[in-house]
Design a binder for this molecule. Sequence first.
Ligand code: BDP
Length: 652
Amino acid sequence: MDVDPAWLPPALFRAVGSRRTLVRGVGELVDTVHGEVATACQRFGGSLARGPRDGSCDLVLDLSASGLGDEDFTLSRDGRTTMVTASGGRGLLYGLFHVVRLGEAAFGGARARETHRPALALRMLDHWDNVAVHPVMGQVERGYAGGSLFWKDGRARPEYGRVRAYARLLAACGINAVAVNNVNVHDTEAHLLTDRVGEVALLAAEFRRYGIRVHLSVTFAAPTVLGGLPSADPLDAAVRAWWAGAVRDVYEVIPDFGGFVVKADSEGRPGPFAYGRSHADGANMLAAALAPYGGTVHWRAFVYDHRQDWRDRTTDRARAAYDHFVPLDGEFAPNAVLQVKHGPMDFQVREPVSPLIGAMPRTRLGVELQATQEYTGQQRHVCWLGPMWSQVLRFRPEGEAGAAVGELARGGLVAVSNVGDDPFWTGHPLAQANLYTCGRLAWQPDAEPRDVLGEWIGLTFPDAPKRLVDGLHAVLDGSWRTYEKYTAPLGVGFMVQPGHHYGPGVDGYEYSPWGTYHFADRDGVGVDRSRATGTGYAAQYAQPWAEVYESPRTCPDELLLFFHHVPYGHVLHGGSTVIQHIYDTHFEGVAEAEEARRVWAGLTGLVDPARHARVAERYEEQLHSAREWRDQVNAYFFRKSGVPDGRGRRIY
Ligand code: BDP
């Protein structure tokens, strides 16, 4: 089948393509804007001029305004002509896509001048793509949408048209940076930095047309692995010189190269600890090499001991990032971004916001989300994550009077990509909504997620009848909570199959060194992270949160088992006991998934048949898996606790 046009179906361009447009300005992105309008005009019979204004245009896209940032644009209409002005090519392109989104509404009546600008300067996707297929992880680590868009058979793919189409989709939702290889940099991928940088340059050329800068994940050991040096010590002059030379060579072929992403001293990756250096030393060495060219190093804060002794259990993995990094606040170079996962553990369906965010005022923090649904159904389950991300971005680490996470993320919003070479881009066609939502929330972190979803629906299904719009909202709006209901309860997390992380594994990680435990026994469940009797993690928060999380009396129900070990009979704020809540939500979650499948079946005929069939097929799997979750989780807690279901349902 052809590649799905996702949120840029040709029909969307009717309003622009059937009119007379003038494009003014020069540059590669102006050429892109011109090309977009030309294609639309060819399809819908409009006309396009380039050059001075002649007074007869319906739409003017003008690169000339001063005083705007490179990505900003203004939109106005005097009653006859719709005007988009921008100072930079990206701004002009975003302005065009905005008009396309508005459709006919952009051409009616008068409109006072509005200025649009992104709240966050960096809006990025990290691809966990391996160039060579990894024996365990496959090609795209945690990828659920086929192979890589960029790499095939160990080389850059020659089909750059697909990369260009991807860049176009990303620009249309506001993404401006992409890292093209996995954070776990294996030996083959390490060479992208040096002798294989030409392949990265080919990708960069495609992305550049849509205003997207390319980044590379690099291994901290590169000077030894690639440069033949005896050490990678960040304070060693020869090591620093090696990096400076490597970076210079990259910029020679990719002048707008974005910079590096680094996973160091984490899950077996090399890092500065081997040399007795700090993570600021490591990050700053790379920042120094990148600084002359305007590049940035994204240094990940996902640093923890994945080989702890589970019998001892004195280290709390949730504490690790804060314990490592807070003492380094103020030591990172200005072009180093500390990239923090939104929660302290690892992209579970429910986690508190990482206490690191807000605790390092003198460091540029970037917030990392996971669009790829590793722990949220692997793009076989519908799980639209907009509400979860929005909750994170609106969270105020210092309480109501303080700033929101979306404001504190001065280093940008980064999401792990959920895309592959699948014709629908994301395997599950409805998972496109997650990708789109990432881009739009990075542009405006306080946007109402349901509005963003509405926008995605309007673009992806132009002219949809109300029944279809309602149906899509019905299956997507609450899908995150539905998923949460039938999986691990009350913030306890994990309980997944080890390794691939799909499906229930009630004790999957309970007796392993990864640090992800639920501590269920015959009396109760949950992790005591209080200051008074537990790991002390709750005290990493500023007030009021430290106090709120400290006690089961004030801790929000949905995070109770993340912060506390409680008896099964503990009564939640919602009125039910923990054990009854577990039973009820697991039955409810499956019932909701069944209902969603029914709603989807009723949309036959309103959705393109191939797309409809793909989603319908995934619902079968979702249902199968949801029942498995319900039955295993309920049976597990029934056997541990011996407490029967208060409603007399059969628990297997
Ligand atoms: C975990 C994934 C693993 C990643 C790691 C990371 O299971 O594949 O390498 O995160 O973010 O969620 O580095």
